[in-house]
Design a protein around this ligand. Structure first.
Ligand code: ATP
Ligand code: MG
Length: 148
């Protein structure tokens, strides 16, 4: 599956994140790619909002903690949104201490910023959300899933 979304503002990107939440069913792991400030964390805000997993203002970048987990709902089923930022991780060895495989629970949607840095994460992922930045406010967001 491949879907392309166009955004002209931060708010539109949040709304696109919410729409993407409707296309995903756990367990899924997606890598979020895009330059610094592309809007990866902003997209996660939309997913968290749509999945009733918290106020979008509660979603901040897991820059220092590396992982944030939000408990939410989808179709009356409990689910977890697990948001990671691997920007500061330098080695597969450091990555191993995060226990990514354990985070990938049956009810989890795992969203990994900078996951493409690590071949093991790329291999584990079900798809990729790529954010391109044609100009200051415009974003092109491509969702590409391995199956269905
Ligand atoms: N159309 C847009 N969609 C999303 N963000 C936008 C848009 N236009 C401008 N912005 C700005 O871009 C920034 C996106 O920040 P965000 O933290 O989501 O990026 P990020 O990809 O997670 O960066 P990092 O790699 O540093 O974690 C915000 O400051 C936001 O206001
Ligand atoms: Mg971010």
């Amino acid at each position: 599956m491949k879907r392309i979304f166009e955004s002209a503002s931060e708010e539109e990107t949040v709304a696109i994140g919410a729409a993407i939440a409707g296309l995903l069913r756990p367990p899924r792991m997606l890598i979020l790619t895009g330059d610094l400030g592309a809007g990866k964390t902003t997209l996660v805000k939309g997913l968290v909002r749509a999945l009733e997993a918290g106020d979008e203002d509660s979603v901040t970048s897991p820059t220092f903690t590396l992982v944030h987990t939000y408990d939410g709902w989808q179709d009356d089923q409990p689910l977890q949104v697990v948001h990671l930022d691997l920007y500061r991780l330098e080695s597969e060895r450091q990555l191993a201490t995060l226990g990514l495989t354990e985070l990938m629970a049956d009810d989890a949607l795992v969203l990994v910023e900078w996951g493409e840095k690590f071949p093991s994460v790329a291999e584990m992922a079900d798809g990729i959300l790529c954010i391109e930045q044609p100009d200051l406010t415009h974003r092109r967001i491509t969702l590409e899933m391995r199956e269905a």
